[in-house]
Design a protein around this ligand. Structure first.
Ligand code: AMP
Ligand code: MG
Length: 406
């Protein structure tokens, strides 16, 4: 049976191969640029810092003159924003504060804690070397250097660097538009009254919506769609008009009420995959006119795992972001871990560090219906497709939860 199942790596490769990144861009103010994807490489148009300046509060000196016990006369001051314009006679120095421009004749700063102050002179208590406590022009960024490359997701530090270069606006790829709906006659909107024997609250749409927010997508929420062909077709047609990607949860298995396949076959090209992952199968992927479609499984943990492992890389690529595989680490299993060969398991696990080594174990229930087990975990235990049960102390691969899960 497992022969018909698509290995995770193949599913990822197929998707990455088919997706062409969007290229439309927009220019946004720097304050609104967090988490956006850079559309063009950014070159520095200035040096940072723009002038040699002091790294300390102290005295700007000529290092050759500033030997132990040498008295140097204070002839002026250089403050941040207020440089010292005069010339420096021999055996003199300038009071200087952090960030102030170095006076032209000086090549070092002696910290104020390392001098003895005598009226309007100082006596050095240590030897000074050229360059001490000086931040040279361009030592952070050289004019012309490539600071950010296309496809980088802007972090708070990037925003600060761009500000230090004087950029007020930045060209980024436009946000992805993602239409989202859930499928199932048993689903009820949170806030509404629940019939305890036949209904459950729709949780997937809220989990997925939150993940899409973290990814920076614009979400078109189409709500709850009943288990019937007309309702589904209407939802798909509505989504196709505006969305780059349509994501649905449930209704993609082969149950009697799973109409996605029927509707998709009518409207577009669709592949229904049994991905050899646990949890995760079944998964639908395809093209509907201008939109991509991802049909996620209904079980809440399976929806989360496929979103993180399969859909996330696709959305990042489509949005123009550089795709870098998730961080995976080696850990030692602290208990035995049940597994059957045939599928790659993404068990929800917990890892910590003890005795200079990472240890990991399953976190709570591994049922694909138990969403609380994801909340208790801090990593996936990524257990290879061919592997069977793992003994305590064996080495396993873990994948710490990323920003979609933390
Ligand atoms: P299905 O994929 O339609 O066979 O659904 C699989 C399981 O996931 C069933 O137990 C559903 O009730 C449950 N399920 C489907 N959609 C959701 C949802 N949006 N939120 C929470 N559970 C769901
Ligand atoms: Mg269903």
């Amino acid at each position: 049976m497992s022969d018909h199942w698509l290995p995770v790596a193949d599913a990822l490769a197929t998707i990455q191969h088919q997706i062409e990144p969007l290229h439309e861009t927009e220019t946004v103010p720097l304050q609104d640029a967090l988490d956006r994807i850079i559309a063009r490489p950014i070159h520095a148009e200035i040096d940072v810092p723009g002038y040699d300046n002091s790294a300390m509060d102290g005295y700007a000196v000529r290092a050759a003159e500033a030997t132990i016990d040498a008295p140097l006369k204070i002839v002026g001051s250089a403050l941040a924003g207020h440089p010292y314009a005069g010339e420096l006679a021999p055996q003199s120095c300038v009071r200087i504060t952090t960030g102030a421009q170095m006076p032209a004749d000086c090549d070092a700063v002696i910290m104020q804690e390392q001098v003895e102050r005598i009226d309007s002179a100082i006596r050095c208590q240590t030897n000074v070397h050229a360059g001490d406590n000086v931040r040279p022009q361009g030592s952070d960024i050289h004019k012309g250097a490539v600071i950010l490359t296309q496809g980088q997701r802007l972090t708070p530090t990037h925003i600060g660097i761009l500000a230090s270069l004087g950029c007020a606006k930045i060209e980024v790829f436009r946000r992805l538009r993602v239409a989202l709906f859930s499928n199932g006659d048993e689903l009820v909107l949170p806030g509404e009254k629940l019939q305890a024997d036949s209904q459950i609250y729709d949780s997937n749409r809220f989990t997925l919506h939150a993940m899409l927010q973290r990814l920076g997508a614009e979400v078109l929420d189409l709500g709850l769609i009943a288990d019937n062909c007309d309702a589904l077709e209407h939802a798909f047609r509505q989504a196709m008009r505006s969305a780059d990607v349509i994501i649905s949860s449930a209704g993609v298995s082969v149950g009697d009420a799973d109409y996605t396949k029927e509707v998709m076959t009518k409207l577009g090209q669709i592949g229904f995959w049994k991905i050899a992952m646990k949890p995760g199968k079944p998964f639908a992927f395809g093209r509907l006119d201008q939109s991509w479609f991802c049909g996620l499984p209904g079980n809440p943990v399976a929806a989360v795992v496929t979103m993180v492992q399969i859909v996330q890389p696709m959305l990042r690529r489509l949005a123009g972001e550089h795709f870098s595989p998730p961080l995976q680490l080696q850990a030692r299993a602290s208990t035995s871990i049940k597994k059957k060969p045939g599928r790659m398991d993404f068990q929800r696990g917990h890892f910590n560090q003890r005795d200079g080594q990472l240890w990991a174990e399953p976190a709570g229930s591994q049922s694909s219906a138990v969403l609380t087990s994801v909340a208790q975990a801090n990593c996936f235990l990524v257990l290879e497709q061919d592997r069977g049960t793992i003994d305590a102390e064996e080495i396993i691969t873990i994948q710490p939860f990323d920003s979609l899960l933390t």
